[in-house]
Design a protein around this ligand. Structure first.
Ligand SMILES: Cc1cc2nc3c(=O)[nH]c(=O)nc-3n(C[C@H](O)[C@H](O)[C@H](O)COP(=O)(O)OP(=O)(O)OC[C@H]3O[C@@H](n4cnc5c(N)ncnc54)[C@H](O)[C@@H]3O)c2cc1C
Length: 448
């Protein structure tokens, strides 16, 4: 399709001037799938504004529009049948040392943010397993790392600037907008197109990471809290076989003056003496440094190194959040499915997240354990397994990760979020005609 046809089809041949400069018309978009390649976006119309004004014009010109981040979600949460908008070019970052905050454009990824703030003496409190996700896209879906005392990434958000359906710019802040802000920090892309986000920062810190092998799951019965509190961030990996976690990754902050060693045994698990990948037999080259070697927070908190794009996207992901006080029971419930799950699983990861007050957060008012599955790219089989896992986790009111694959019926999902009606009120206020609603939101938040 040539540029003129494209503009016509996209319904934005209105001025032929400002808009056409930032609409991707000459070249077909490089990738019209998500990172994993399991989800094909339903439109070829991708707007690429360079400024906030261009975002406003784009929003005004479309009747339907969905913002796209770094394409790392596994489902249709960022999809649109009409127009998507990528704010990748809005990549400015400003640290406010006095306020201890950083404000970033919506195109910025954690991989860009982290070295920038670290160089100025700051850190964010936590990171996801890989740094390639955008800050705005990650916060929109309550993306998390691990650490029983760490809220998910969106708990660092103190202000969000977004363009509403009528093209106006609104800023909601934690300090001034207590009644609305809890919907804006985890907004699922529903309130508007976010142009800027402000995060709390803390003084930079160093982290040491070690891996222990073969922790009996039985240890979790009485020591789950101690195990997950044994580091700033702790992850257990399991294939659900033999009632054990194959690996325990412990990331500890290096406190000034402390020089302790990691014990050779941890609840019966053995300290690894070489660097490991979570998947047995895979090269650990692209994993962050282990063996207790200290390094900057952003080179230890993710599992995968910044300058490596993880192998390929040939995987699927699912994750459920259960209340921490019932975590062990929930683990046992999933473990019952080990024979069915095993053949289709790469690995599972167990992480903890502190409770928060963000209405649509998977950890809303619940200190949580996240039970994650990295699946082989075998969707028909995985699709058959998810209802079985969800059934096992029903007694625990498990909430699925917004950005991963799940099969829970919408009415059940909706019942897990007591503040959903308030969130919807706010969506209606900023987007009365559903410009930012897509199939995912229509089904999961508004469907029966
Ligand atoms: C390999 C891999 C590892 C992962 N590890 C973790 C992990 O450790 N922990 C975890 O919790 N999750 C993890 N995820 C999931 C990932 O963090 C989420 O899918 C996250 O939302 C991806 O962000 P993104 O920038 O790719 O946004 P996208 O997937 O492109 O979009 C996600 C949502 O953000 C919205 N959005 C994006 N930009 C804007 C904007 N400017 N304005 C309004 N809305 C916007 C979209 O509309 C959509 O609703 C992982 C995913 C992959 C592929």
């Amino acid at each position: 399709m040539n540029k003129r046809e494209f503009l016509k089809k996209s319904g934005i041949l209105i001025t032929g001037t400002a808009l056409s400069r930032f609409v991707l018309g000459e070249q077909p978009p490089a990738a019209r799938t998500n990172w994993a390649g399991n989800y094909k976006y339903s439109t070829d119309h991708l707007l690429k504004p360079k400024t906030v004004e261009e975002v406003q014009k784009a929003v005004k010109s479309c009747t339907k529009l969905k913002a796209l981040g770094a394409r790392h979600s596994f489902n249709g949460i960022a999809d649109s049948t009409e127009n998507q908008i990528s704010l990748k070019q809005l990549d400015q970052m400003t640290v406010d040392k006095a306020a201890r905050s950083v404000t970033v454009g919506a195109g910025v990824t954690y991989g860009q943010l982290a070295p920038y703030i670290d160089a100025q003496g700051f850190a964010v409190h936590n990171l996801a397993s890989l740094p390639h996700v955008s800050v705005v896209g990650a916060c929109a879906t309550a993306t998390h790392g691990s650490g029983s005392k760490n809220g998910n990434l969106s708990t660092a958000v103190s202000a969000v600037e977004f363009v509403t359906a009528d093209g106006e710019i609104v800023t909601l802040s934690r300090q001034k907008d207590g009644d609305k802000f809890p919907a804006a920090a985890v907004a699922l892309g529903g309130l508007g197109v976010v142009t800027k986000i402000t995060l709390d920062v803390l003084p930079t810190f160093q982290v040491r990471q070690v891996v222990y092998e073969n922790l009996s799951m039985a240890q979790l019965e009485n020591h789950l809290d101690d195990i997950f509190l044994s580091g700033y961030s702790v992850s257990l990996f399991t294939d659900w076989q033999n009632h054990k976690a194959t690996q325990v990754w412990i990331k500890r902050r290096v406190e000034p003056g402390s020089s302790f060693e990691f014990a050779p045994e941890f609840y019966g698990a053995k300290l690894a003496t070489q660097k490991l990948h979570p998947l047995a037999g895979h090269s650990a080259e692209n994993c962050t440094e282990q063996l207790g070697i200290p390094g900057p927070w952003y080179e230890r908190l993710p599992h995968f190194r910044m300058n490596f794009t993880p192998s390929s996207g040939a995987e699927l992901q699912t994750e459920y959040f259960v209340p921490r006080n019932r975590a062990y029971e929930a683990i046992l419930a999933v473990e019952k499915l080990r024979d069915q799950v095993g053949p289709h699983l790469f690995i599972s990861e167990l992480r903890t997240i502190d409770a928060d007050e963000l209405w649509m957060s998977t950890a809303y008012k619940r200190p949580s354990l996240a039970i994650h599955f990295t699946w082989k790219p075998e969707w028909p089989a995985v699709k058959g397994l998810l209802p079985m896992i969800e059934e096992q986790l029903t007694p625990f009111d498990a909430r699925p990760h917004w950005a991963k694959l799940f099969t829970m019926v919408p009415s059940r999902l909706q019942s897990l979020y007591t503040k959903l009606p308030d969130y919807k009120e706010l969506v209606k206020h900023y987007d009365p005609n559903g410009k930012f609603r897509n199939g995912f939101l229509d089904t999961n938040l508004y469907g029966a």
